[in-house]
Design a protein around this ligand. Structure first.
Ligand SMILES: [Zn+2]
Ligand SMILES: [Zn+2]
Length: 273
């Protein structure tokens, strides 16, 4: 990929088995989460022509292992700074092991900052973690928002995400598949279905409708459950909702599904002058 004022985004991995998203604008490259091994993330980046040594830092959403399992390695091996809220640092320090002190960067929900050429806005999301956040990333007039691991699409989340050029939103599960899943305890089902759990396909599609009306042209369904969802089903629920409302997928809006174990497509957002 050439350095230009286009904005690049790639969901390297998204799902309950590990999350890592890539974004590039200007001279700056960053990751959101490092929930696969360091080697897997390095290889995924290489497969899209990006070198892990050129990455400026890793934004951490929360301390669950599917978001941080490779974070310690990236800080130790490549000296990548990790950006997380204070409560997330408290919750994840033991899990990621000892890291160089200067790779510890503290952020705060609602407080925007620059990471090189990219403007970063962390915002709170309703999830059962210490202080979980989603991120809106700004490059020129474009912006990309990622919101996964949220029990409900609150008005607060909407306000932070609305108007983004591209949104990656959680489409975690089909509630009927989840309820019928004999491998999940009643308590776990209640946790996932609760307001601080994960977003269902239906809740995702309703949120997408609002976001598309607010100007979003590119949507990616992410953080799919491997047990209680399929890419086909997630796509169908959102597509049907959009079509019912008169929005034509692939014409009015581009809708894709980020896969759990396959490096996703590279999105190129063009600055509109
Ligand atoms: Zn997760
Ligand atoms: Zn989580």
């Amino acid at each position: 990929m050439n350095t230009s004022m286009d904005m690049y985004f790639c969901p390297l991995y998204s799902g309950s088995s590990g999350n890592s998203l890539y974004c590039q604008y200007g001279e700056t490259r960053l990751l959101i989460d490092a929930g696969k091994s360091g080697k897997t993330i390095e290889d995924a980046l290489a497969s899209i022509g990006a070198d892990i040594r050129s990455v400026s830092g890793v934004l951490i959403t929360h301390e669950h292992s599917d978001h941080i399992s490779g974070a310690g390695v990236l800080a130790r091996k490549y000296h990548l700074p990790l950006y997380a809220t204070r409560e997330t640092w408290w919750a994840m320090s033991d899990k990621i092991g000892k890291i160089p002190p200067d790779t510890v960067r503290e952020i705060e929900a609602g407080k925007d900052f620059w990471l090189g050429d990219i403007g970063v806005v962390p915002f709170s999301i309703p999830h059962d973690a210490a202080d979980p956040v989603g991120f809106r990333l700004y490059g020129g007039s474009m912006s990309i928002s990622t919101a996964t691991d949220l029990g409900c699409f609150s008005e607060d989340v909407y306000a932070n995400v609305a108007g983004s050029t591209l949104v990656l939103l959680e489409s975690n599960h089909d509630p009927d598949m989840l309820r019928a899943n004999p491998k999940y305890s009643t308590a776990l089902k209640a946790r996932i279905l609760g307001d601080h759990g994960h977003l269902s396909n239906e809740a995702c599609s309703a949120a997408l409708l609002r976001l598309i009306h607010a100007g979003t042209a590119d949507v990616i369904l992410g953080h799919l459950s491997g047990e209680n969802n399929t890419p086909t089903l997630a796509r169908r629920v959102s597509t049907e909702m959009l079509v019912r409302e008169g929005i034509r997928p692939d014409e009015d809006v581009r809708l894709q599904v980020a896969l759990r174990d396959e490096v996703g497509s590279v999105y190129i957002l063009k600055e509109r002058i």
